[in-house]
Design a protein around this ligand. Structure first.
Ligand code: DX5
Ligand code: ZN
Length: 215
């Protein structure tokens, strides 16, 4: 069954607690937390303290997506903050293997995210070490962008590679996901859908219906 990981990027920060609690009781599997530093992407969002705060109010999987550069010097803070999955962009730090080891040694799931401009062949040497691969279907940095259909082939290829090599990573799709493209993602092998504006722009009373309609 496909898992839904609502992204809190577009949440009104003054209503964050109410929104997270609502997503929790309305069936979210993960909570997707986009960390941006204004360096890897031209936007600044939250730091590790937001993970620490959200950790206190939900037991859902905290799916932390790091869009920061460098990564290594901050990893411990995100581990200590209570992340369950930490995903980063391999091109944003020279110490990829060390970062993967640090996260794994803390018994936290490791993810890598594939920027639309990055090819699978550039990073397939990491696939046997990770538990999540995020296919970015928008240019990282902002919510509310249009889904990039030309990235769907990566989902299919990753599913193929997973089957042929007996890898155990989950494939997550992140960016512009909505009711029109969720099925395409699933049909091509996605296990997780990170959904921001499509879900969070709706009335909270409909969260459960919308989350279930995406599965
Ligand atoms: C973009 C983030 C995504 C984004 C998803 O850089 O990684 O998680 O917030 O939001 P929507 O679904 O609005 O594209
Ligand atoms: Zn994200």
């Amino acid at each position: 069954m496909i898992k839904i990981s609502p992204s809190i990027l577009s949440v009104d920060i003054l209503k964050l607690e109410e929104e997270v609690r609502s997503l929790d009781i309305n069936g979210a599997d993960y909570i997707h937390i986009d960390i941006m530093d204004g360096h890897y992407v031209p936007n600044i969002t939250f730091g590790p303290d937001i993970v620490k705060s959200i950790r206190k109010i939900t037991s859902k999987i905290l799916d932390v997506h790091l869009m920061i550069q460098p990564v290594k010097k901050y990893i411990k803070e995100f581990i200590d903050a209570g992340s369950d999955i930490i995903t980063f962009h391999p091109e944003s730090d020279d110490n990829v293997e060390e970062i993967i080891k640090t996260i794994s040694d803390a018994n936290i799931k490791v993810g890598i995210a594939i920027h639309p401009k990055v090819n699978i062949s550039d990073i397939d040497h990491l696939f046997d070490q990770v538990q999540q691969i995020i296919v970015m279907t928008v240019t990282p940095g902002f919510g509310g962008q249009k889904f990039m259909h030309d990235q769907v082939q990566k989902i299919k290829d990753l599913d193929e590679i997973r089957k042929n090599n007996n890898y155990n990573y989950e494939i997550s799709v992140d960016g512009g996901v909505n009711d029109e493209n969720a099925k395409i993602c699933k049909d091509n092998g996605a296990n997780v859908l990170a959904v921001g504006s499509y879900l969070l722009s709706k009335n909270k009373d409909n969260y459960s219906k919308i989350i279930n309609s995406l599965r």
